[in-house]
Design a protein around this ligand. Sequence first.
Ligand SMILES: Cc1cc2nc3c(=O)[nH]c(=O)nc-3n(C[C@H](O)[C@H](O)[C@H](O)COP(=O)(O)OP(=O)(O)OC[C@H]3O[C@@H](n4cnc5c(N)ncnc54)[C@H](O)[C@@H]3O)c2cc1C
Length: 306
Amino acid sequence: MKDLNSNICEAIQGEIRFDEPMSAHTSLKIGGPVDILVFPEDPVSLKNTLVAAEKENIPLFVFGAGTNLLASDSRIEGIAVSLKAFRSIEYTKETDEEKVVLCVGAGTPLVTLINFACEGGYSGIEGLVGIPGYVGGAVFMNAGSFATEIKDVITSIAVMNAQGEIFVLGRDELNFSYRNLELPEGMLILSANIVLKKDVPSDVSARTREFMNIKKATQPLGVHSAGCVFKNPEADAAGKLIDAAGCKGMRVGGIEVSQMHANYFINKNGGTCAEFLQLMEIVKKKIMQRSGIELETEIKIIGGAN
Ligand SMILES: Cc1cc2nc3c(=O)[nH]c(=O)nc-3n(C[C@H](O)[C@H](O)[C@H](O)COP(=O)(O)OP(=O)(O)OC[C@H]3O[C@@H](n4cnc5c(N)ncnc54)[C@H](O)[C@@H]3O)c2cc1C
């Protein structure tokens, strides 16, 4: 790891932190220290990070804004990479009188893209308002709400593999499903091309505001959560099932099932990953006993045993 430290420091433009607590980089405010956290400034520095990790056989994971992550309380071995410097929105040549096609960097906050669309009068992602995180994370998770998923507006993505090679994958090569994009192991999203319909700016803004108002009234925003913990099963909403099983307000240590939306678990006060996992197990068991449904986890869990 020592060699790797000095190799990485020499070959990378961008901030590098050692023993950095992941709790500082997740919306849940949970997570132990990761050996190395790298914020590459450009694709060459990203490539150098990936190649160094591959050469030394060091585990590496990428994350965005950490709004869908549950990170282990214990030390997380290896390298974490954040693409927050990959922040850009550019018009592509495919833009015409009817539509805009934007090339959006993976580290662009989704809210920045939504504000850009409102100001320009570009329609198609109004329903995604209120989803925190970056565009790379939204594409990997196929983030969605109000019957819109980010896959609906993607025309292609640029990715980098573990050897640092860059590819463009067209829409027909992308296998999206509910809260998932299938990507080969170790592949990172660099940017996404997004097509939006030209519309009247005040109309786009009004629709976006309407969706946001519904979200504010129904979801616990502004508290420490990772969004929905479980995927919605085919027949029902996970939140409804959890509520019907009487789990609202249930608590393990500092983690509580939200009173407002039962599929959100809130870190009320110094909660841990271990407590979060324990609460998940209790809720899952209750739903299985009551409805015979096995809830599937939506949030991504990183790091080893707690
Ligand atoms: C209050 C709140 C409300 C939310 N509401 C919604 C909602 O309505 N709908 C919804 O779908 N989600 C929702 N979420 C969940 C979350 O915000 C989304 O999944 C978001 O898109 C994750 O983006 P991120 O940048 O935070 O990704 P992270 O949490 O950092 O990462 C999520 C996953 O994406 C992978 N990843 C991240 N960036 C890349 C990249 N560049 N290349 C490859 N893989 C990458 C990570 O490895 C990880 O597996 C909510 C979360 C919160 C806290």
